[in-house]
Design a protein. Structure first.
Length: 366
């Protein structure tokens, strides 16, 4: 079976981990500092902080925005629940905007229609690795005094307007979870537009204390704001340091495979997502829309190819049902037809040709 996901483990990871264990410094330290520097350089944003998951990164972004009961947040239901659970926990009201079924990303027109005097934040997800229309969302936000969070868990290495995702909005959150482009087993990061937000997050991720405090012992600092325990340790960071040596190759393979599908999948019974003019996807997954996805999945499985929907619309879960909007036609079309096929770094030339041939031979339900 050609897998939908596969974990990339760098060849020298064991040696690097042994180095960390022998040092005795397994919590946050020089390895996490080094990985933070390297990843900051990769995304082109020095205001980047490592954390222990993308969920933590999102939680910290929502904390810094200072969401309170009565505030409204425009977000997407077509995402991992990790995008919206921390939002719900702030007490703010979630307002689900529609998505463009051609991309899986937020529909700027729907976002504009949802804005009101209580709107404090817009949260967008770069579905499957393709950046949403950042220009359009940013314009809405700037015209209304609203901040923007990009959930870039799918989008490591993606580009918007020629620049890597990581510096276009107030906050950009990445995931290093096991099945992402690059993994540190678990981990994440948050890139900020404003250095003041970065400095605040550096404290919030570790109980309200800055480990890099230069005024003496870290314990001599005053805690002016209660924080969390969300830092990345040296063990995860050491894996990240080794992964950074391969990240261009890994992401490049995803992109080459995705473009191969763009050029060669021709079956009119399946719809490919369109690519926005300024967006260059990093193709974490490759999404197709199929009228009868059960029969499509059966066809792919019989031919030894794994498929999955990966995420459900969040408003099917009980915790989010109070926010459900049955008028979101784009979301309904996309979610009801969605199926994803393998596109990752592990595919051989024969694998991807087999996948294209199998998709193109699908004849619909029997």
């Amino acid at each position: 079976m050609i897998p939908l996901f596969k974990v990339h483990l760098p060849p020298n990871m064991g040696k690097k981990l042994e180095e960390v264990f022998q040092s005795g410094m397994i919590s946050e330290g020089e390895y996490s500092d080094e990985f933070e520097r390297r990843f900051s350089s990769y995304v082109g944003n020095k205001n980047t902080c490592l954390v222990n998951s993308c969920t933590s990164a999102l939680t910290l972004a929502y904390h810094v925005v200072d969401l309170k009961p009565g505030d409204e947040v425009i977000t997407t239901a077509m995402t991992c629940m990790a995008t919206n659970e921390p939002l719900h926990q702030t007490g703010a009201k979630l307002v689900f905007a529609d998505i463009d079924p051609r991309t899986g990303n937020l529909d700027p027109q729907s976002v504009q229609e949802k804005v009101n005097k209580n709107t404090k934040l817009i949260v967008g997800v770069h579905w499957a690795g393709q950046p949403f229309d950042i220009d359009a969302i940013s314009e809405i936000a700037q015209n209304n005094g609203i901040r923007v969070v990009e959930d870039a868990a799918h989008a490591l290495g993606a580009r918007y307007d020629g620049r890597r995702v990581g510096s276009h909005s107030d906050f950009v959150c990445f995931s290093f979870q096991a099945i992402k482009h690059m993994t540190t087993v678990d981990g994440g990061s948050i890139s900020c537009r404003d250095a003041k937000d970065r400095d605040r997050i550096r404290k919030l991720r570790w109980f309200g204390l800055d480990r890099r405090f230069a005024g003496g012992s870290r314990w001599e600092q005053d805690i002016t704001e209660c924080g969390y325990k969300m830092h990345m340790n040296n063990i995860n960071a050491a894996i990240g340091i080794e992964q950074m040596k391969h990240v261009d190759e890994i992401v490049g393979r995803h992109i080459r495979n995705g473009k191969f599908y763009d050029d060669n999948i021709s079956n009119k019974k399946v719809k490919k997502l369109i690519q926005l003019p300024k967006s260059q996807s990093s193709y974490w997954i490759y999404s197709l829309l199929v009228d009868d996805r059960d029969s499509f999945r059966e066809h792919m499985t019989k031919n030894g190819i794994a498929t999955d929907i990966v995420h459900r619309r969040n408003d099917v879960y009980g915790v989010f049902k109070q926010y459900r909007d049955n008028k979101l036609k784009g979301l309904q079309e996309f979610e009801s037809k969605l199926m994803n096929i393998p596109v990752g770094w592990w595919l051989s030339k024969d694998d991807r040709e087999k996948i294209v041939e199998t998709v193109n031979s699908y004849g619909g339900p029997r």
